[in-house]
Design a protein around this ligand. Structure first.
Ligand SMILES: [Zn+2]
Length: 270
């Protein structure tokens, strides 16, 4: 595999040198960096995050079982959509970071982090499901791998996956991921897929719109993942709702019984 990759890298160099358009299409990208490698990349970032509890105070699953049960049930519901391609390949591990930050992010390969600040800021389950759908889409559509490839270079990523990354390189990978600015197209696509995934669930399929509506009405700023967006919140809300209308999916809020979103918020550290 290593020999194959080295020769593919040479081909890549040739393509660049002669301005042949043979990079960045799906097929070549998969040859250089198969989607299975996203999982290993994500796993190493997750390990890095777990090793820095001061920077990333992740709530433990044993100390907060109710919160994690609620969040994992929401995740499973979204992953049950047939439109999620890598539900079996990606681990889709969810972690809650206890910081008052309006943000969520996903690593390549589907390790997803949600801040308590965001959970508490949102009003209902549909809103958070919309954000989760959006983050799952970033992993599924390989947006972060493509951005990391641009910022760090594919050789860097390949050496990390091969287990040859130094601790400094893995730290750089994690900080690059957290500072990623997705393109307008990536953000629009993640919003669109959030509607598609939620359309297969009991959640309002336009749930992602509520977050941007609230951000805009309150003039609040989200974390890097959401601040970096070029489409203005107004446009994003309009586009999400237009996609919901086009798909004819259900925009009624989910009818929760038992442990509700309010209970979920109350189960977090106050
Ligand atoms: Zn995004």
């Amino acid at each position: 595999m290593k020999i194959l990759r080295i020769s593919l890298l040479l081909i890549s160099t040739v393509c660049t040198s002669f301005l042949i358009s043979c990079k960045d299409d799906g097929v070549i990208n998969d040859l250089f960096f198969p989607v299975e490698d996203d999982v290993e990349l994500g796993r190493q970032v997750a390990e890095e995050i777990a090793g820095k509890p001061e920077e990333f105070p992740v709530l433990s699953q044993t100390a907060y079982p109710d919160a994690y049960n609620y969040l994992n049930a929401m995740k499973s519901e979204i992953l049950s959509s047939d439109a999620v391609e890598y539900a079996d390949l990606f681990p889709y591990e969810l972690k809650i970071i206890d910081q008052d930050v309006l943000n969520a992010f996903a690593t390549p390969g589907g390790y997803i982090y949600v801040y308590t600040g965001l959970i508490k800021y949102l009003d209902n389950a549909d809103d958070l499901a919309g954000v989760l759908g959006h983050e799952i889409a970033h992993a599924e559509r390989r947006h972060s791998v493509n951005q990391l490839k641009k910022s760090l270079g594919i050789q860097f990523l390949i050496s990390i996956v091969a287990g040859e990354g130094t601790s400094d390189q893995i730290a750089a990978l994690a900080s690059n991921l957290l500072a990623l600015k997705f393109s307008r197209d990536d953000e629009a696509e993640a919003d669109e897929y959030s509607v598609i995934y939620l359309g297969d669930t009991d959640y309002a399929c336009n749930g992602a719109a509520s977050f941007f509506e609230k951000l805009e009405s309150e003039g609040a700023g989200g974390g890097p993942e959401f601040l970096s967006t070029h489409p203005s919140p107004t446009n994003r809300v309009a586009d999400i709702n237009a996609k919901a209308t086009e798909d004819g999916c259900d925009t009624n809020p989910i009818a929760e019984s038992g442990f509700t979103y309010a209970d979920f918020k109350n189960s977090l550290p106050q």
